[in-house]
Design a protein around this ligand. Structure first.
Ligand SMILES: Cc1ncc(COP(=O)(O)O)c(C=O)c1O
Length: 407
């Protein structure tokens, strides 16, 4: 079979499972119930004006492009000051910029676990963490059931019993989680996980790595994240905050101690062998953190919470019938809601036809059998838009029921 035949047959297999991915551009007039722009900062005049003034208030000689890797010509006093600013906001010793959350996770997971170490990870962690683990020199990886302290305890207990080095504290164990899960929107039981680790790894060889991509800006004091909401920042070895979601920007920072930062600068290939973010990106990250730290986004956080309550109330009013498989998965404070159905593409396209942008999420992004339509709320959505979306969902459910009745 030629190469192109192989590629085409792989695509055809995805097509047959209704899982083929395609790039789409939806009309600008459509209502956004899909993007990760949770605070609607990307269209906020406050954000735009502050960002433009940062751009305009630099001397004309100031280069816009970074000009190289951080280790060569891509570093600047501006980047270093931004890292200090973000670290202070997050009550972290230091911060290190990466070009994206993907790069941050790949950099951390591929370099930090040492040969022979153990990595224990939640079954729903992001693809970028899997990518980093694949490149890692860790001796072993163990998955545990999603957000289950009991499952974490079982995995750790088995490792402690089987491996003297884990038990004696000479082998490092990394526990890798997200604080808010990107597809389900649920919050990890971080405090319970800490208890389990304290109990089973009392010699201090358990290290948490937590990805706060979906919590940044939305959860915690002034949007600082779930870890700070719980006040457990000193227990996290590494926190990853990404800027491409609620912060309307791009890039990510790894929050960690200074030795870890130095180590990453020396060993994380996704920071060493890539051109660093240029000034416009740094200025946009600075813009969003200035808005966060001055409290200007708090009202947006509250608005998102109001809309979550409204959507929940409306979804609770849906008239369902057991012959049409449909379930709503949502968590009380999360702007991410899953509409679980066996026909997510049909539901998503019914919503899109009515002018609401939602996406069908299919395997392999999520496990087989967990197909869904993902709905995200944003500070800029209105109650009327939510009412309209839920009317469309109800009409689709009624139509599915009528079809089933005719079969
Ligand atoms: C949990 C999680 N981590 C990391 C990433 C990657 O971040 P970025 O989009 O900045 O590469 C994403 C999303 O894309 C994510 O959902």
């Amino acid at each position: 079979m030629s190469l192109l035949d192989s590629l085409n047959s792989a695509l055809a297999r995805r097509e047959a499972k209704s899982a083929r991915r395609r790039l789409t551009v939806l009309p600008q007039t459509a209502v956004d119930f899909s993007s990760n722009d949770f605070l609607s900062l990307s269209t906020s005049p406050a954000y735009r004006n502050r960002f433009l003034s940062h751009l305009n208030n630099t001397p004309e000689s100031f280069p816009f492009a970074s000009g190289g890797s951080r280790l060569l010509d891509g570093n600047s006093a501006y980047a270093e000051e931004l890292e200090r600013f973000v670290a202070a906001f997050h009550k972290a010793p230091t911060a290190l910029l990466f070009n994206s959350g993907f790069d941050a996770n790949v950099g951390v997971l591929s370099s930090i676990p040492q040969p022979g170490d153990l990595v224990v990870y939640d079954e729903l962690i992001h693809a970028s963490i899997h990518e980093g683990m694949r490149l890692s020199r860790a001796g072993k990886r163990q998955m545990f059931s999603h957000s289950s302290p009991t499952a974490l305890r079982d995995v750790l207990r088995a490792e402690v019993e089987a491996d003297r080095e884990v038990q004696s504290g000479t082998r490092n164990v990394f526990i890798v989680i997200e604080s808010i899960y990107s597809m389900d929107g649920d919050m990890a039981p971080i405090k319970e996980f800490i208890q389990v680790v304290d109990e089973l790894l009392p010699r201090g060889n358990g290290y948490f790595i937590v990805d706060e991509a979906h919590a940044t800006g939305v959860f915690g004091p002034r949007g600082a994240g779930v870890v700070q909401q719980l006040g457990v920042q000193d227990r996290m070895f590494i926190r990853v905050h990404t800027f491409g979601k609620a912060l309307a920007s791009h890039g990510a920072m790894v929050l960690c101690g200074s030795e870890t930062r130095d180590y990453l600068i020396n060993y994380a290939r996704s920071v060493i062998y890539t051109t660093a973010l240029g000034f416009p990106f740094l200025a946009s990250i600075r813009t969003s953190y200035e808005l966060l730290s001055s409290g200007q986004t708090e009202s947006l956080q509250q608005r998102v919470q109001q809309l979550i309550r409204h959507l929940r109330y409306r979804l609770d009013g849906l008239v369902m019938n057991p012959s049409v498989m449909f379930e709503v998965d949502h968590y009380p404070t999360s702007p991410i809601v899953s509409l679980r159905t066996s026909q997510p593409r049909l539901l998503a396209s019914a919503c899109q036809q009515d002018g609401y942008v939602v996406r069908a999420i299919m395997p392999p992004t999520i496990p087989e059998g967990k197909e869904r339509v993902r709905v995200c709320l944003h500070a800029g959505n209105t109650e009327e838009e939510i009412d309209g979306l839920v009317r469309t969902i109800q009409a689709w459910l009624d139509e599915r029921l009528a079809r089933t009745a005719h079969l």
